[in-house]
Design a protein around this ligand. Structure first.
Ligand SMILES: Cc1ncc(COP(=O)(O)OP(=O)(O)O)c(N)n1
Ligand code: 3NM
Length: 522
């Protein structure tokens, strides 16, 4: 069976200055390309044939399948291994009847209908694109996005058709592409198809090798995760409490930076909550400072309550991913407007969140579920019928920790679900308590980021440390502080509750966590 993992699509016009086609192709093959497609859109037949012949000789030398784009006659003439067909090219069954038995046929797919048709037609593989925007080809269909690729993979059902993503893939977004493109049942891409990042490079060998190394890193990570069959002992209620206490100590000792791009309503109280926990807040929004901030140990919170600063949010998340810093995403009011939905999709398509936190209405909107509605930033009704299954499924889909807040808080990494029953109804009487949960989660994730053990799957590819523990710690800290504040004699209402809440965050002790945190692991 063909290995689609690094699928090169050529294009002679893209060659870097002074490069010769055959030389560039051979360097790419030496760098680890596993399939080659010859794609020439503006060559006469004779020139195309010559390029295809050269490609065939090199592909044979490196034992790599050769695919020809669009042209069945050329594929037949050079005895290529197959063809790639677009939606307006020759139908699969006609191509099949012309090609020798066993020929590979690939089809371009941009939406679920294309995918279903390709399965029905018996294609061998599909090219899903464009996953990112690209300048190599003028796109006539919308960009699918990393999360959209997962939706197309859902449409493959049990078929054994192979899949590659194409469009704008480079070494800077490959890991995000491989990690984020996953179906609800856990089906992943078989590979990625790349044009310019390899073929326009002055050094196609190094360009292909860089991509190859990222693919190996991702594959190793997947294998490592598969070998984790049991719930690790640190995720018993007592294990979790010990983990939270350890993170609390680390935050107080090391005071990590918690960079927060948040909304104007809560900026002040979020900064104070961060300080109360022992960390250092910075509420910076200018795109120009995102790189420098990402180099300082800590975590990033992106709360789009007043949806501004999108450029800064995009850059901050990308830099944080590069630096393996936690990214906590609080999509405040995402169900309220189409603009918020589009913005959330764009952000989540660009970087990998470590934790997504929201109320039932917000998370329903993100998951495109109608089970719970929102009114502005608030959730309407009593929530999900089965909150545990909901958070687990969303965590699997978004490839991160999901925190569903409410009278009971539910947290999942896609395998384990944790139920937390602390807090006080006074939290609902102040504005921004949900945003403060996000801040506390980001602060605990910053602490967890300092504890990376690098073993048994704790470290993930985009943020070092145990993000599940960080998310639980943040919720536990705020809800226990709320209980303590609400029980104080000097608290008479929401006006005195807020400062008491900040005080109690700073006074939170190991004993309180051990004795009062109400944690169940499901
Ligand atoms: C692997 C792969 N996927 C998609 C395409 C695009 O093919 P098509 O839709 O035929 O468009 P053109 O390449 O002809 O512009 C591809 N070539 N390879
Ligand atoms: C040939 C092609 N097909 C696409 C599709 O969406 O079907 S995108 C694309 C060009 C991909 O080039 P690059 O890797 O340089 O971005």
């Amino acid at each position: 069976m063909a290995d689609y993992s690094l699928y090169l699509v050529t294009g002679r016009h893209l060659l870097s200055h002074g490069k010769v086609y055959a030389q560039a192709l051979e360097e790419a093959l030496q760098g680890g390309v596993t399939v080659v497609q010859v794609r020439e859109k503006d060559l006469d037949t004779l020139e195309f044939l010559e390029i295809a012949r050269q490609s065939k000789a090199l592909c044979e030398k490196y034992k790599v399948p050769l695919i020809i784009n669009d042209r069945i006659d050329i594929a037949l003439a050079v005895q290529a291994d197959g063809v790639h067909l677009g939606q307006t090219d020759m139908p699969v069954h006609v191509a099949r009847s012309l090609l020798p038995p066993g020929a590979l046929i690939g089809v371009s797919c941009n939406n679920v209908e294309h995918v279903k048709q390709a399965v029905h037609d018996g294609a061998d593989y599909i090219g899903i694109g464009a996953v990112w925007s690209t300048t190599t080809k003028r796109l006539t269909s919308p960009v699918v996005g990393v999360r959209g690729v997962g939706t197309l993979l859902d449409a493959l059902d049990a078929s054994n058709i192979r899949t590659v993503a194409i469009g704008g893939i480079s070494s800077s977004n490959l890991l995000r592409t491989l990690h984020g493109a996953i179906s609800s049942s856990g089906r992943r891409l078989d590979g990625v198809a790349v044009v310019s990042d390899i073929f326009a490079s002055p050094d196609p060998f190094s360009a292909a090798k860089r991509l190859r190394d990222i693919i190996s890193l991702h594959n190793n990570h997947v294998l490592q995760q598969r070998s984790l069959t049991e719930v690790p002992s640190r995720y018993t209620p007592d294990g979790i409490k010990s983990g939270i206490i350890n993170i609390m100590r680390l935050i107080r000792e090391s005071s990590p930076l918690v960079h927060q791009i948040t909304n104007v309503v809560v900026t002040n109280q979020s900064a104070n909550a961060t300080l109360a926990l022992g960390a250092s807040p910075i509420m910076a929004t200018a795109p120009e400072e995102m790189y420098d901030l990402s180099r300082i140990p800590g975590a990033l919170l992106i709360n789009f309550g007043t949806v501004k600063d999108k450029e800064g949010m995009i850059l901050a998340g990308q830099f944080a991913n590069d630096a393996k810093k936690p990214v906590v995403f609080d999509p405040v009011g995402v169900g309220a407007t189409q603009f918020r939905k589009t913005t959330a999709a764009e952000l989540l398509g660009t970087w990998q969140a470590s934790v997504i936190k929201g109320n039932a209405g917000e998370l329903a909107a993100l998951a495109e579920s109608n089970e719970v509605q929102s009114k502005g930033v608030d959730s309407v009704g009593s929530g999900f019928a089965d909150s545990a299954s909901f958070v687990k499924a969303l965590a699997r889909k978004e490839r991160c920790i999901v925190v569903l807040t409410g009278p009971t808080d539910w947290i999942s990494d896609g395998d384990i679900v944790v139920r937390l029953d602390n807090g006080d109804k006074m939290l609902a009487s102040i504005t921004g308590s949900g945003c403060m949960v996000g801040t506390c989660i980001a602060t605990f994730c910053a602490g967890a980021n300092l504890t990376d053990t690098g073993d048994d799957g704790v470290s993930n590819m985009f943020a070092k440390g145990d993000m599940l523990l960080g998310a639980i710690g943040g919720v536990v800290a705020l809800t226990l502080a709320a209980e303590a504040a609400a029980g104080r004699k000097d608290v008479f209402g929401s006006g005195t509750f807020l400062p008491a809440l900040i005080d109690e965050l700073s006074r939170l002790t190991s004993d309180t966590v051990r004795d009062k945190a109400n944690i169940q692991v499901l």
